[in-house]
Ligand binder design. Structure first.
Ligand code: PLP
Length: 813
């Protein structure tokens, strides 16, 4: 493999070579996609030499490394990031220009690998970027879903899901390694046997599949390092084929193959509400068993003393999805390597750490014992033993406090006997972290309180972050240029340096240039949305953005009630259209396909948009836009253009949020509750540069304790009543009152996320937004201060916190 010289001529030569010999076409006959694939191949070749070096280096190295285990990686497009990291952007652009090709045009062809649902998967992608940039020896492990998160379209305003065939036009960024496949077993039964006087267990599996690794390059930013993301794909084993071939049953052979390959077929599209589906457990075990096997057999040197495993690796569990790795490592150590149980457990407890991502009880994963026992009988036995030993210790410490023991047990009894994966992770992990200060505090005080008492010092916090490479440098090149002009280079890997911008906030000329960048980003977004969706963005409006998964706890309904209220004020004559601040409300959100209420809210957003956008009475001053298929690519366009960032979850429900960080770093002001990382954003940017509203978490608790009757809020607030009545009247559904009736009655009689209780406070905060926006120069000053003061939210800082508080891995220079 040659590494082309980083010159324009060298790049041209390598590009044409790839086009001719890899793709097999001449330049004159090549399609745009051919050109994209050849370009990707050229960038790939360039990174390859470093990658091979780094793989060798990590293999030789005795330093401790990180295995990041995550069922999701929401990577976004690869080309731009790889060009940026390897300083090839200008060279590639010039080289292509010599061939008469526009780099920008090729960029647009890449289908992003949507191997995640939302924030959790995007966090994993930011983290592997930071690990490579900081230079931590690490591997990301996950699943190569053949179909990622569905592509969302709208029909009559309602979400329709299309399969995401992201591999269809070729996948130039991955390297399959069938020779390094792992065999993964399922089902069957266990037995004990006598091994020279020692009774041991073994698992006699019923069936197995092959896990084939696909490697992806993860280049560090300007440091010449390339780490690896290893995603597993399922294929039928030859044993399967052979047995069935011999039986002469062709149909059965094909069926068996399909069965095996189903495991990595599709990403489950539920975000924060896991379904207890058997295939999902198969996916989880499949990828962690493959990853542990790979690490022990291929990354560790032959004959490595497993007693020293904690000196070589920490497996970071990104939520509970990979937690079945805990009994898997125990099984390998005890059954395969014949280690004593206690020794194996001591090792295991040092080799894992667990990141909890939620506070919603319905998001805490549990697996029915029936299902686990059928699919992974030996693992269930191991979990029982871990639980027995653990509860014994609890008894020793707290006496026979049966309530506490039942509450802490890894095996729950209600509503059916099941394994609580968060408890297993907490018992097994060397550390447990929440993802923002408030979240970590609530974990300690509430969700896992008994465990915090039992394991003092185990709980810690690492506030999430986002990579400034993708979310500033790539997404907002003009802002990046302005920052570099002001502060010099270097801030991309040392984001606290953004502090230096505070001084510039007072400079009128800088403010003007900053405002011009924002205006330019709006113009670019307008062009994108016109072309992509035929939408019309008014560039002189305040751009008010709420982009994130559709979930009731995130409260898209609250924003919608604000919009309907504004509309209602105008059409009822309470406010003259000319007196309202021109605003474009931009939504982006996918709903889980089985989440009826979320889908209904999407329908309502589109329905409100249809009516409001076309009503001459509002004189074009209110616009509701909902481009479909919110993904990383769209986020990179929308966020830099935003004036206002909506972060309006009910306090105590959003663990952290990372969208909130991306917006602040791109100079949007936040309207938000005291929830997740909003708390830290507000502390950093200052109250005067943040629109706070709503109940605090303790106030939410007090409201529940007092008894919450949402209808009372409806009765007490004439504007709220009028807005809800308007929805209920069928004004947005062609007079049909039944369409949105479930949404209205849910708010009136249930309202789990207290939309009505926070409505008044929200509307008042939005009025403050309007007032602030009336002074554009002061607004820009606040926006600059938001950028200057949020460097803390770089994922580089998160990774350094993981190193200091959890991993204790030295960076390698
Ligand atoms: C950052 C990001 C998210 C997470 O957004 P939140 O507002 O934190 O929920 C979800 N999806 C995409 C595509 C993102 O880039």
């Amino acid at each position: 493999m040659t590494s082309p010289p980083a010159s324009v001529d060298g790049f041209v030569k390598q590009f044409l070579q790839n086009l001719n010999f890899d793709i097999g076409v001449s330049l004159s006959e090549s399609s745009k996609n051919d050109q994209y694939l050849a370009l990707a191949g050229t960038v790939r070749d360039y990174l390859m030499a470093r990658w091979l070096d780094d793989q060798r280096r990590q293999g030789d190295l005795q330093a401790k490394g990180v295995c990041y285990l995550s069922a999701e990686y929401l990577l976004g497009r690869q080309l731009d990031n790889n060009l940026l990291a390897s300083r090839l952007t200008d060279i590639a652009s010039d080289a292509l220009a010599q061939c008469g090709i526009d780099l920008d045009e090729l960029r647009q062809l890449e289908v992003e690998p949507g191997l995640g649902n939302g924030g959790l998967g995007r966090l994993a992608a930011c983290f592997i970027d930071s690990l490579a940039t900081i230079g931590v020896p690490s591997i990301g492990y996950g699943i190569r879903y053949e179909y990622g998160i569905f592509r969302q379209t709208f029909e009559d305003g309602q979400q329709v899901e299309q399969p995401d065939a992201w591999l269809a036009l070729g996948s130039p960024w991955e390297f399959p390694h069938p020779e390094a496949a792992q065999q993964i077993s399922f089902g069957g039964h266990t037995e004990t046997y006598d091994d020279d006087g020692v009774t041991r267990s073994r698992w006699i599996p019923g069936w197995n599949v092959q896990a084939v690794p696909y490697n992806y390059m993860v280049p560090g930013y300007h440091n010449g390092r390339v780490n690896t993301l290893r995603l597993w794909s399922a294929v039928a084993t030859s044993a399967f084929d052979l047995r069935i071939f011999n039986s002469g049953d062709y149909e059965e052979a094909v069926r068996a193959q399909t069965f095996a390959e189903n495991i990595s077929k599709v990403l489950y599209p539920e975000d924060s509400t896991p379904q207890g589906k058997e295939l999902r457990l198969q996916q989880q075990y499949f990828f962690v068993a493959a990853s542990i096997g790979d690490f022990l057999e291929n990354v560790l040197a032959d004959g490595y003393d497993l007693a020293k495993l904690p000196e070589r690796v920490i497996f970071q569990l990104n939520d509970t999805h990979p937690v079945i790795a805990v009994p898997e490592l125990m099984r390998v150590l005890v059954d395969d390597k014949h280690m004593e149980w206690d020794a194996a457990w001591a090792i295991t407890q040092q080799c894992f750490a667990y990141t909890c991502h939620t506070l919603l009880p319905e998001a805490l994963e549990v697996w029915p014992v029936d299902l686990l026992g059928r699919l992974l009988p030996r693992h269930l036995e191991i979990i029982y033993r871990i639980n027995d030993d653990f509860l014994e210790e609890v008894r020793e410490r707290f006496g026979d406090d049966e309530l506490r023991i039942r509450a802490m047990s890894i095996v729950g009894e209600h509503p059916f006997r099941s394994v609580r994966m968060a408890h297993l992770a907490t018992v097994a992990g060397s550390k447990v972290n929440g993802v923002a200060e408030l979240h970590s505090q609530l974990l300690r005080d509430k969700v896992l309180h008994d465990f915090d008492e039992f394991f003092p010092g185990k709980f810690t916090n690492v506030t999430n972050g986002v990579t400034p490479r993708r979310f500033i440098r790539l997404a907002n090149p003009d802002l990046a240029g302005l920052i570099t002009e002001a502060l010099g280079a270097g801030w991309t890997v040392d984001l606290e340096r953004l502090r230096g911008l505070e001084a510039f906030a007072a400079d009128p000329e800088f403010r003007e240039r900053f405002a011009a960048v924002k205006a330019g980003n709006k113009r670019r977004l307008a062009a994108v949305l016109r072309e992509r969706d035929g939408l019309d963005v008014s560039e002189d409006h305040l751009l008010d953005v709420m982009v994130k998964r559709l979930h009731e706890y995130k409260r898209q309904m609250l924003q919608l009630l604000h919009i309907v209220t504004q509309y209602d004020r105008v059409v009822s004559g309470r406010v003259a259209a000319s007196d309202i601040t021109p605003r474009t409300f931009l939504f982006g959100a996918k709903a889980a396909p089985g989440y009826a209420m979320a889908k209904s809210i999407i329908h309502l957003i589109n329905a409100v948009g249809e009516v409001v956008n076309d009503d001459p009475r509002v004189e074009g001053r209110l616009k509701v836009l909902f481009p479909p298929n919110y993904n990383v690519t769209l986020a990179e366009r929308v966020i830099p253009a935003a004036d206002l960032s909506e972060q309006i979850s009910l306090a105590g429900k959003e663990a952290s949020g990372t969208g909130n960080m991306k917006f602040a770093l791109n100079g949007a002001l936040t309207i938000g509750t005291d929830d997740g990382a909003n708390v830290e954003i507000r502390e950093l940017v200052g109250d005067e540069n943040f629109f706070l509203f709503g109940m605090s978490e303790p106030e939410v608790e007090a409201q529940w304790a007092k008894g919450y009757r949402p209808a009372e809020f409806y009765q007490a607030d004439a504007e709220l009543r009028s807005a809800m009545d308007l929805i209920a009247s069928g004004a947005f559904s062609g007079g049909d009152r039944s369409v949105f009736e479930p949404i209205v009655s849910n708010l009136l009689y249930d309202d789990r996320f207290m939309v009505l209780a926070d409505y008044g406070s929200y509307i008042r905060a939005q009025a403050k937004v309007d007032a602030a926006y009336a002074d554009p120069d002061a607004w820009t000053r606040s926006a600059i201060l938001n950028v200057a003061r949020t460097g803390f939210f770089s994922s580089d800082r998160s990774i350094r916190d993981y190193i200091d508080r959890i991993w204790h891995t030295p960076p390698v220079s």
